[in-house]
Write a new protein. Structure first.
Lengths: 326, 276
């Protein structure tokens, strides 16, 4: 498998006061779903926005590698970037209720993306939009094209957003918590849809979520983020089979699993909350909340491999979970 | 129908009526509004004692038919209202969008310009301009247009600031839209309902200001039949012929009230569809 999106050493600062992303490395291969997991405020969304070149004002991005389909994104001008956005790399957002412009019909918004990037007539673009709406499971697509966003439910709007993202056959789809705002049944439908589309179109998906259930269901590879860093990265099977970073363990302890968690037993939790990381912070960002923290954690943290392809950033040896049997 | 809807309907009817009067004035007037007849000076309206049937609202101090002058006056008022709103709207919306969308230093400059404009006394500037260039319809429109944009600018700036952070604007960035596209096609259509309300308010203010300027002799030059000028010319006769000041006064009051009703109604209507 070849890498479609390759990011290493990605850093994002805001106005010299805070560093939201502190050296993130992520690789997304063709046809693969890569999940970024972590608590709110750990830098998942900012990383994705930084890749798209859509940081808010005052955000400064640096990276060692930032390449998409063999093209270095670092040197691109704003207009070159905007030619990629929506065309080869598309994005869908958390809030389907507000992600569509209330002033235009579904059809005109969808057609516009296609016409801007690929040219052609509005008629052709509308035909494609109707076909895609049908593909994402919307009945009577012709009628929907003429409707305004407020006439659609949340689940329908997220389907429209997905169809809109597919208007130009993107290679990479960045989905920023696409199902967080939806109720559980719709959430399952949307996730199934994303998986089907991926299989059909060979999409690479960078899925941002805080829900480990979604990760288990969707991901081929997982990167667990904490305080602006990737603390553990592995294939989904390896990660769930042998979570190695204490933070990943803590996260998994928070999820009740039928059959595994004893009745009446207390559910795990991670004490404290995500700290604010000042500029020039050294060592492990998790050390204040970690039961296993030692003095070594204030120094530079090595990245170790449990097995090839399963890396984690911690001073503990990969065998520690067995030693501290829960 | 709620009281608000009734008010909006009344407002729409008034504004539409005046607009029709303005557009079709030459076909509606019973007499030439400029033709003087000194034998028929200050004839009372036909429904008052001593009135004449063919002068529905009587005549003025030069014997000109008052109803005809009133209809032609609607032309001036509407023209000034619309032209001023277009000029001031262009200036204000452009400035407001620049400040609100770009932010930072551009916004500081825009705010400075707005503050400067707010500290300029309108009537005094109008007076200076008229004494320098002389009074004409164009001068009045330009003066009002160049002075009345601050409300547009303030409202545009604030609403653009709200809209530019909404998800669909982020989505547009992510879909590869250019800055101009986002400003004109994503942001502008979503603030236009606020601007419509400002436009109606500004129109009412412009019409009133024109009347005030004409009353002071700084507005439209005679013999053009502007409502403000009619009031101004009538003030010497108001004790013995009160209708000469009441007719244009009531007309002005009705039009401004109608515009305000309409503006309120539009705000409610446009606001409601957006909340759905």
């Amino acid at each position: 498998m070849s890498a479609l999106l390759e990011v290493s050493g990605l850093r994002v600062r805001f106005n010299d006061v805070a560093e939201a992303v502190r050296g993130v490395s992520v690789q997304v291969n063709k046809g693969e779903t890569h999940c970024l997991v972590g608590e709110s405020g750990c830098g998942k969304s900012v990383s994705a926005l930084a890749v798209m070149g859509l940081l808010a004002k005052g955000g400064i991005r640096t990276a060692d590698t930032l390449s998409f389909a063999g093209q270095d994104l670092r040197g691109l001008t704003e207009s070159q970037m905007s030619r990629l956005r929506g065309d080869k790399m598309a994005m869908i957002f958390q809030e389907p209720m507000t992600s569509l412009n209330p002033a235009y019909t579904i059809g005109s918004q969808m057609a516009e993306v296609r016409v801007r990037h690929r040219g052609g007539s509005k008629r052709e673009a509308l035909d494609r939009a109707a076909a895609l709406l049908g593909r994402v499971g919307i009945t009577a697509p012709g009628m929907r094209l003429a409707q305004y966003p407020h006439q659609l439910s949340g689940g329908l709007r997220q389907r429209v957003m997905i169809a809109m993202a597919l208007m130009c056959d993107p290679d990479l789809l960045i989905a920023d918590e696409p199902t967080t705002a939806l109720d559980v049944t719709v959430q399952a439908q949307i996730l199934r849809l994303l998986m089907e589309l991926q299989r059909e179109l060979g999409l690479a998906i960078l899925l941002i979520t805080h829900d480990l259930g979604i990760v288990a269901r969707m991901a081929h590879r997982v990167s667990v983020m904490y305080a602006g860093k990737v603390v553990e990265s592995a294939t989904a099977e390896a990660l769930f089979a042998a979570p190695t970073h204490p933070y990943t363990n803590g996260l998994l302890d928070c999820v009740p699993t039928p059959g595994k968690v004893a009745r009446g037993a207390e559910l795990g939790s991670i004490p404290g909350s995500v700290p604010r990381i000042p500029l020039g912070f050294e060592g492990c960002g998790f050390r204040d909340r970690c039961r296993h923290a030692t003095d070594a954690c204030t120094r530079d943290i090595p990245t170790q491999s449990r097995i090839p392809g399963h890396d984690y950033a911690c001073v503990l040896p990969s065998t520690w979970p067995a030693e501290h049997a829960r | 129908m709620s009281i608000r809807k009734i008010a909006a309907t009344i407002g729409a009817v008034i504004v539409l009526g005046v607009a029709i009067m303005a557009v079709f004035a030459p076909w509606l007037v019973p007499h030439d509004p400029f033709a003087q007849d000194l034998n028929l000076r200050l004839v009372p309206p036909s429904f008052m004692e001593g009135g004449q049937a063919d002068h529905f609202l009587g005549t003025d101090q030069l014997g000109r038919d008052y109803f005809s002058r009133l209809i032609y006056g609607a032309r001036i008022s509407m023209l000034i209202g619309v032209a001023t709103v277009i000029t001031s709207g262009l200036i204000g919306i452009t400035l407001g969008m620049l400040g609100g969308f770009i932010g930072g230093r551009a916004d500081m400059v825009v705010m400075f310009i707005i503050t400067c404009r707010l500290s300029i006394p309108l009537i005094l500037v109008a007076l200076a301009v008229v004494s320098l260039i002389g009074s004409s319809l164009t001068v009045v429109v330009m003066t009002l247009g160049l002075l009345l944009w601050e409300r547009f600018a303030v409202v545009t700036r604030t609403t653009v600031m709200q809209v530019r952070n909404l998800d669909y604007v982020s989505a547009a960035w992510a879909a590869g839209c250019s800055r101009t596209h986002i400003l004109l096609r994503e942001v502008l259509p979503n603030i236009v309902h606020h601007l419509v309300v400002v436009a109606t308010l500004e129109m009412a203010i412009a019409i009133l200001l024109e009347a005030a300027l004409s009353f002071l002799g700084l507005g439209v030059p005679p013999p053009l039949p502007s409502w403000g000028l009619m009031i101004s010319e009538a003030k010497d006769y108001m004790f013995f012929s009160p209708w000469v000041i009441m007719v244009p006064g009531v007309a002005l009051f009705t039009l401004v009230l109608g515009i305000n009703f309409l503006g309120d109604g539009l705000r409610d209507m446009l606001g409601a569809t957006r909340d759905a």
